[in-house]
Design a protein around this ligand. Structure first.
Ligand code: C2E
Ligand code: MG
Ligand code: MG
Length: 332
């Protein structure tokens, strides 16, 4: 009944306002206290929000372990920046035609003093929920763009044709910062990096947000000169019409479509995504290219670029620098 009461829009100043409610329910047991009931129903409510809002979730104890894990990640993450626990790894993206490294993707790494190494899959959602992704993402862009400029200088010194570019993941939470474009522009100005050498990767979750706001922000970013990629394409909510509506340059096909299935054949969807992207004038990067035969087949399918263990895992800046130097010497 509570949920149903929210279905009807509210009329405020002649405007129809739609509100959804996320409900969490906890049942009392013999050892429940008012505090534990409130805490558990709150946990269940967050689960309901996570699963798409406007729904009801019951509390169960697996939620409570998850919630306490998140809590310890969140409290340790608050100090991660100040304690220098964060670092950036770089993974090569290669041009499949020439096998040359054309770009690197910057990936966040965290070695916490109390929790050890925390995987991005566990840390990014918490960073987004708490808003910490905003300062962390700003730090990462600052660090990675400074690093890229250094590598480009090395390439120039070695007379390398074509300079490396940089891909950085941008979460929805960062897109919601009202002056995100200016902030990115200031970071680039400080590091001396050209905006045209930066590609921002966004997941399909942006499509679930306010389309007008995101469309405007994406256009501002494009006007700055950066390029835009859809990350993990095919795993989220993708209304294909958005591909045309928003100014994306590149589709990164998720690794789940790239790897052969149990029958040893590559999913048919892969071929279709590649031609869809090309028909829309977009480039394709295949993620999770793990073997040489992946690379060969992807190239035959018309993929321009690939990223994956076949060309190198995410690595430290020091390791990546060796690749930059080596590739350059080879070409020269
Ligand atoms: P992503 O942006 O799709 O990054 C690619 C992920 O695939 C990385 O996982 C990388 O280690 C992994 N990978 C690369 N090659 C292969 C391969 O050949 N096979 C397989 N199985 N996996 C491969 P990672 O580093 O654990 O990052 C996971 C996700 O966390 C990223 O997915 C990205 O969505 C997010 N993330 C990482 N760093 C940042 C960041 O600085 N900001 C934001 N907003 N998100 C980040
Ligand atoms: Mg990415
Ligand atoms: Mg991806």
């Amino acid at each position: 009944r509570v949920l149903r009461a929210f279905v009807r829009p509210w009329l405020i100043d002649g405007q129809e306002i739609h509100v959804t409610a996320s409900l969490g329910i906890a049942l009392s047991t013999d050892d429940s206290t008012p505090e534990s009931l409130l805490r558990d129903s709150d946990t269940a409510m967050y689960r309901a929000k996570e699963l798409g809002r406007g729904r009801i979730e019951m509390f169960d104890h697996t939620l409570s372990t998850k919630a306490s894990q998140r809590l310890s990640i969140s409290s340790a993450l608050h100090h991660a920046l100040a304690r220098n626990e964060l670092s950036v790894h770089y993974q090569p993206v290669v041009d499949l035609a020439t096998r040359e490294m054309v770009s690197v993707e910057a990936l966040l790494r965290w070695k916490s003093a109390s929790l050890g190494e925390v995987a991005p899959a566990d840390l990014i959602p918490v960073a987004e929920e708490t808003g910490l992704i905003v300062p962390i993402g700003a730090w990462l862009l600052e660090e990675a763009s400074r690093q890229l400029v250094e590598w480009q200088q090395l390439q120039t010194a070695l007379d390398h044709a074509g300079l490396l570019s940089l891909a950085v993941n941008l979460s929805v939470r960062q897109m919601l910062v009202p002056d995100i474009t200016d902030r990115i522009a200031r970071v680039l100005a400080r590091s001396g990096m050209r905006s045209t050498d930066l590609c921002l990767e966004l997941t399909e979750s942006v499509f679930m947000q306010d389309a007008d706001y995101f469309g405007r922000t994406l256009n501002e970013l494009k006007a700055l000169g950066v390029s835009l990629a859809i990350d993990d394409f095919g795993t989220g909510y993708s209304s294909l019409s958005y591909l045309q509506r928003f100014p994306f340059d590149t589709i990164k096909i998720d690794k789940s479509f790239v790897r052969p299935d149990q029958k040893g054949t590559r999913p048919v969807i892969l071929r279709s995504i590649v031609s869809l992207a090309h028909d829309l004038g977009m480039d394709v990067v295949a993620e999770g290219a793990e073997t040489e035969s992946d690379a060969v087949e992807l190239s035959q399918l018309g993929c321009e670029y690939a990223q994956g263990y076949a060309f190198g895992p995410p690595m430290t800046a020091l390791e990546a620098r060796k690749l930059v130097g080596a590739a350059t010497t080879e070409a020269a």
